[in-house]
Design a protein around this ligand. Structure first.
Ligand SMILES: Cc1ncc(COP(=O)(O)O)c(C=O)c1O
Length: 413
């Protein structure tokens, strides 16, 4: 193994994400103008099944509110183990599962348990900014890999940017922010590469229920027949998306190897002690309400198929996103940057979107490993992110206004 240079992450040197800033600005605007159309946030038009709320209330009223195992309620982990086996093709026993307060915390915990001084993590060049924050916070040095025309991972780029210090490859399919899907043949190539180089893979499958172009495939299914001690894919899931349980804060991690679980347990014990018990009873009931998934999938798919073609026809989107909740829209024909365009769209058209620049920021490190101030920019600067999981009519109006603004501005330049 190569000699690694240390990275000294300091939480105060890592800025809050541009997502947070855009949510703050939109909420402030909404207080003044309640008619604001919010295409900036992935908050779906549908809500959780009623039975989920009832189970939560019952758990609280029955007093099932005590501390539980740091990995989560055994009953829930048993049910999740079965779901992972039958739905995702992942063979993982309850003792390698961690229930987490949202998948976000599961990602943090995984990265922290994999970090070692100077170790590098490979992230997509257009990425969810929270993945970058998590990597920096864990002390993993981010290295960015290129994407293909559909903004899906490019294996050649992954091969060429990796170094002797690479320890982790992060994959996210369907992806946030581009809605790109990882094709099975690319998965196989990447799995092979990770095996040859000894990397761990973190697969963020938060949007597993929203693959439209082709069925969702979990990369961990490729190592179903591999001995657990030699596995390398840890997968992160959430209840937030498929069943719209965003505010419940409930996710789970299927850890690749038994030996990695003690580090995860330590991180969890020191940061959460245990996940909230009543929320986990709600999760148990959510697993029995999976019939709602089909309707939610159909809703978002219909939004994509009926509204987003307007963006394709206007030349602002190369193709419909293969999955997920978001599309990255090119507004350069307006003559404005993504940031300027988003500000003007909110001010003059009452529509909120997120500027793309925060999705392609590149951190720089000083020679001693400290992080220089993070500046937004990069290849997504001409893009804005549009959430298409929202109310259909609001989406249609918002997209219409967005296209009209690009045309109006474009004709003035
Ligand atoms: C790619 C991705 N992963 C993980 C999450 C985290 O979701 P949660 O913490 O609600 O499970 C999100 C939320 O937006 C996301 O977009």
């Amino acid at each position: 193994m190569a000699q690694l240079n240390p990275v000294f992450p300091v939480a105060s040197s890592i800025p809050t994400s541009w997502l947070y800033e855009s949510f703050r600005m939109a909420n402030e605007r909404e207080r003044r103008a309640p008619s604001l159309i919010k295409l900036n946030v992935g908050e779906p038009a549908f809500g959780p099944p009623e039975s989920v709320g009832r189970s939560l209330a019952e758990a609280v009223l029955d007093g099932r509110t005590r501390y539980i195992d740091v990995q989560g309620l055994l009953q829930l982990r048993e049910a999740l183990s079965e779901k992972l086996d039958t739905v995702n093709g992942i063979d993982v026993p309850p003792d390698r599962l961690f229930v987490t307060p949202g998948s976000c915390q599961g990602l943090v915990s995984l990265m922290r348990s994999m970090a070692e001084p100077g170790a590098e993590i490979l992230l997509p060049e257009i990425h969810w900014p929270v993945h970058l924050q998590q990597a920096l916070l864990a002390g993993l040095r981010p290295v960015f890999y290129g994407l293909d025309d559909a903004l899906a991972p490019d294996p050649e780029s992954i091969r060429s940017v990796s170094t002797a210090n690479t320890r982790v490859l992060l994959l996210n399919s369907p992806s946030n922010p581009a809605g790109a899907l990882l094709r099975p043949e690319v998965q196989a190539t990447l799995y092979q590469l990770a095996s040859e180089r000894g990397w761990q893979i973190i697969s963020d499958e938060a949007y597993e229920d929203f693959a439209f172009e082709s069925p969702h495939v979990s990369i961990a299914a490729l190592e179903r027949d591999t001995a657990p001690a030699r596995r390398r894919v840890s997968t992160v899931f959430t209840f937030s998306k498929g069943l719209a349980m965003t505010g419940y804060r409930l996710g789970y991690v299927a850890v690749a190897r038994p030996e990695m679980c003690s580090a995860m347990r330590m991180v969890q014990e020191s940061s959460i002690i245990a996940p909230s018990a009543p929320i986990q009873y709600a999760g148990l009931s959510a697993l029995q309400a999976r019939e709602a998934l089909a309707g939610n999938h159909a809703y978002v798919r219909n939004n994509r198929d009926s509204v987003l073609p307007t963006l394709v026809d206007a030349g602002l989107l190369p193709a419909l996103p293969g999955g997920g909740w978001y599309a990255m829209v090119d507004v350069s024909a307006s003559g404005l940057s993504g940031e300027e365009f988003a500000a003007e769209l909110m001010e003059s058209e009452d529509v909120a979107v997120v500027p793309g620049s925060g999705f392609s920021a590149r951190p720089e490190f000083a020679a001693d490993g400290t992080l220089r101030p993070l500046r937004p920019g990069g290849m997504a600067s001409r893009l804005v992110r549009v959430a298409f999981c929202v109310d259909h009519d609001q989406l249609a109006t918002g997209v219409e206004r967005l296209v009209a603004l690009v045309e109006r501005k474009g004709s003035n330049t």
